[in-house]
Design a protein around this ligand. Sequence first.
Ligand SMILES: Nc1nc2c(ncn2[C@@H]2O[C@H](COP(=O)(O)OP(=O)(O)OP(=O)(O)O)[C@@H](O)[C@H]2O)c(=O)[nH]1
Ligand SMILES: [Zn+2]
Length: 368
Amino acid sequence: MTQADVLGFQTASPAVTVERAVAELRFGRPVVLKDGASNLAVLALDSASPDVFNRFAATVNDRHSLLLTAERSESLGLHLSRDIAVSLSGMDFDATSRLAYALEAKTPSEWQQASPLMSLSATLARTALLLPAMVCADIEEDDARFAGCHRIDRSDLFESADMRQKFEMVVKTRVPLKDVGDAEFAVFRGGLAQKDQVAIIVGKPDVSGPVPVRIHSSCITGDLFGSLKCDCGDQLRNGLVQLKEAGGGVLVYLDQEGRGTGIGAKMRAYGYQHKGLDTIDADAQLGLGSDHRRYEAASTILNLLNIEGVVLYTNNPSKIEGLRAGEIKVDARVPVTGSVTAENANYLRTKAERAGHIFDLKSLIAAE
Ligand SMILES: Nc1nc2c(ncn2[C@@H]2O[C@H](COP(=O)(O)OP(=O)(O)OP(=O)(O)O)[C@@H](O)[C@H]2O)c(=O)[nH]1
Ligand SMILES: [Zn+2]
């Protein structure tokens, strides 16, 4: 019997504590982040209503501040390469939102270096697929006004990390596909604050050698609706056909919309792209880094499918590194491309020039 069995349900594991914190933040409620004697009440601006924002300000007697990540402070003209805290004293919800995300926001005249706990609150926000603009206030351990809030220790965030590679296969069943023919969908459950993930097994790949594999990050706009702003839909469909032509393979469809930032952040970033920013600068305005994806889920899913080595269908070197970090042997890489359109050419250029993707845009255009 494990210790957990003996105790029944008296304790919550670090992963449970993180999942609860994520749910509370997404619901627009504060959580209390603890580190030793320090207690930080944090509220995600992205999900907070003006009413809760005002209530939070009143509860902490207007002694609250806004965490701005290094990316956001850089976008605001502060070249500090670190997270900062700006006092919110006297600032209303709209002014705070402008400071947190707006393109036309003024550079703050006063700021402090963010405490490590404040920076950690941004990690929590990212896990919750919320923008990392956190309203924070130091509180006393016994502050009764936060008694109904979920508490999470700094150590919970680190100790829950191994959950990111814990998945189990829930079901595997046949789904015939239009362009691919016979395929099976295997569903995996687990991870940290993640929806179920899917692997599509095309044909009957031989797992005794390197298996043709594509790791695809979800893109609702491109994959489902044929958005012209990116190449994802083409890559999804071309990738599946390429796996079939290779004699069978596996496409792992990862729940990491918008490079791991979520559909809300991605659509906000599209708004900034329509005003002329490229995909990386648009994300930075929202406080986000250039890529928040992680590949532990992919390596674990491949392991659960008894796949140890792969031929990877990608142009993205960070997927190769991600799988190798998860001890999957990447034997070779095969490019996967889509059409270049007037709408996606700048996006593809940025991918090649700023994100290190391996393709030559000129040759792609010439091949059209
Ligand atoms: N934040 C953000 N995400 C985007 C944007 N356009 C597409 N995405 C996301 O980018 C990711 C692209 O995923 P993939 O096609 O698997 O990966 P890739 O990095 O292009 O690499 P390969 O296709 O393997 O070469 C998806 O999560 C999309 O939702 C954008 O403008 N902003
Ligand atoms: Zn896309």
